[in-house]
Design a protein around this ligand. Structure first.
Ligand SMILES: [Ca+2]
Ligand SMILES: [Ca+2]
Ligand SMILES: [Ca+2]
Length: 141
């Protein structure tokens, strides 16, 4: 359930990386940490998120439909099955995630909506507000 609790942004980010077994581990930071200094800057998160979005948006509509999200999350679940992810909960939570991020209520998450989600995620993660997610920030999230 911890994984689900991280929210859609983190889930999307993890999805593109083939997912890590433990999102709170150092491996989680490694996914985004382009320069390998053990911390995630906003710039690193941003460059990562563009890759993730294009990966998720299979029909290139610049918008993520429920089907696109479900398909990708299924793949993540397979990777994470050893980590005892609650499959039903994560599947159900897709609707909740879309509701949270889909500001214009068209049933899809546009790139702009997705960007806002990532920014919110970054802010929540970056506990001390220094613009960098350190290993310590990631652990506490
Ligand atoms: Ca870094
Ligand atoms: Ca799409
Ligand atoms: Ca939308």
């Amino acid at each position: 359930m911890k994984f689900v609790g991280l929210g859609l942004a983190a889930l999307m980010l993890a999805a593109a990386s083939g997912a890590t077994a433990n999102p709170q581990s150092k491996a989680f930071i490694k996914n985004f940490d382009a320069n390998g200094d053990g911390e995630i800057t906003m710039a690193e998160a941003e460059s990562h998120r563009e890759q993730v979005f294009s990966l998720l948006d299979r029909d290139r509509s610049d918008s993520l439909s429920r089907e696109e999200l479900v398909r990708r999350i299924r793949m993540v679940e397979q990777v994470l099955s050893e980590n005892e992810i609650d499959k039903k909960a994560s599947s159900d939570s897709i609707d909740a995630m879309i509701a949270q991020y889909d500001k214009d209520k068209d049933g899809e998450i546009s790139f702009a909506e997705y960007n806002n989600g990532i920014k919110g995620w970054f802010k929540r993660k970056d506990r001390n507000g220094d613009g960098v997610i350190s290993a310590d920030d990631a652990r506490r999230a």
